[in-house]
Design a protein around this ligand. Structure first.
Ligand SMILES: *[C@@H]1O[C@H](CO)[C@@H](O)[C@H](O)[C@H]1NC(C)=O
Ligand SMILES: *[C@@H]1O[C@H](CO)[C@@H](O)[C@H](O)[C@H]1NC(C)=O
Length: 325
């Protein structure tokens, strides 16, 4: 454990080279009009009666992912018996443009489980994930009171109890905690190409999307400024850029296995991403029977500790032979 505490502390000092860049480009385009409507500043509900929790867990999920949602309910949602004062989980589902039948099915699912949040102005599409992520911040900010916010996906497995325990030790009013990348280069062609990105040759540091934690203050900033942001294609890149000008507390933690592919299995993981439903069930059963996540620990992709003393382009060297999870 000593090892983690060291890099959690190291995480405090952070490069500010690129942070100014994000202030440019505050133009307006149609892209943003619908987000403007996502929030109505003059009719915000009073926060007095909102449900209140320590950690709000937002699982982004498309309308047709019924099986995935059920799999999550039957696995890691059950790992903690703590009530809603500790954590509240919601699947964020965009409902604009759904047929009556599709909407009816979602309403029925929600009557049964009560864990869906409908983003009424969001139409689902792979290239609108940044808007969806932003809409999820707006929704959470309008409907819940919380200290911290976890963004995750339906193919991520979250060990909710140790995550919350660790969050209590790293809690910070400007926390942005996950697996940080500071040197990623924008895609210039293909499905994920990023024509809007012209701030730097690299992206600004951002937490990878399989799961990361934001403080309430950062979610409030994102939610209340939603109409002003430039929307990039990649939702995680977008969040990193939107927050880059703030006095953010970046914490890198290799126990977040939240890259686009899982690095393997380590019993130290707090979140692990890109799993089939069968794998999710297996990890749940492992924890229930032995208290350990993995059937067998292994590493298929090397990990790194973020080096905050170097330029972001040299932040993230993966070295074989270390025991970084
Ligand atoms: C589910 O919906 C998403 C977008 O909403 C789409 O990309 C995907 O292909 C759909 N999957 C199935 C199995 O229909
Ligand atoms: C690390 O090095 C060992 C020994 O050379 C090799 O077997 C293993 O596959 C490497 N691990 C990764 C994740 O590349």
């Amino acid at each position: 454990m000593r090892f983690y505490e060291t890099y959690l502390l190291v995480a405090g000092a952070f490069c500010s080279i690129c942070t100014l860049a994000v202030i440019f480009n505050c133009g307006w385009d149609d892209n943003r009009a619908e987000l403007k409507n996502e929030r109505s500043p003059y009719s915000l509900p009073s926060t007095a009666n909102l449900p209140e929790t320590f950690l709000f867990v937002s699982v982004l999920s498309s309308p047709n992912e019924t099986d995935r949602r059920q799999n999550v309910r039957e696995t890691w949602f059950r790992l903690s018996a703590k009530g809603p004062s500790v954590f509240i989980t919601r699947f964020m589902v965009g409902t604009m443009g759904l047929t009556g039948e599709e909407r009816k099915e979602l309403d029925e699912e929600n009557e049964k489980f009560g864990d869906l949040s409908f983003l009424e102005r969001h139409e689902e599409s792979y290239d609108k994930l940044a808007k969806k992520t932003l809409a999820s911040f707006v929704h959470a900010h309008e409907h819940f009171k919380f200290k911290f916010f976890l963004k995750t996906d339906a193919d991520s497995f979250v060990r909710i109890t140790p995550l919350i325990m660790n969050l209590k030790t790293v809690q910070h009013p400007m926390l942005y905690w996950g697996f940080l990348d500071g040197r990623a280069k924008p895609f210039r062609k293909g499905k994920w190409k990023e024509p809007e990105w012209n701030l730097c040759d690299r992206y600004l540091p951002y937490q990878l999307g399989g799961g990361y934690i934001l403080s309430y203050e950062l979610v409030r900033f994102l939610a209340t400024n939603a109409p002003l942001f430039r929307i990039y294609r990649n939702e995680d890149v977008s969040v990193g850029a939107w927050l880059a000008g703030l006095d953010v507390k970046y914490v890198h933690d290799p126990r977040f296995d939240t890259e686009w592919i899982s690095r393997g299995c380590s019993n130290e993981y707090l979140i692990t991403h890109k799993h089939t439903m069968e794998e999710m069930t297996e990890m749940y059963n492992n924890l229930k029977t032995s208290g350990r996540l993995c059937t067998k620990e292994f590493q298929r992709r090397l990990s790194y500790v973020y080096d905050f003393s170097k330029a972001p382009s040299e932040c993230c060297t993966r070295i074989n032979g270390t025991n970084i999870p």
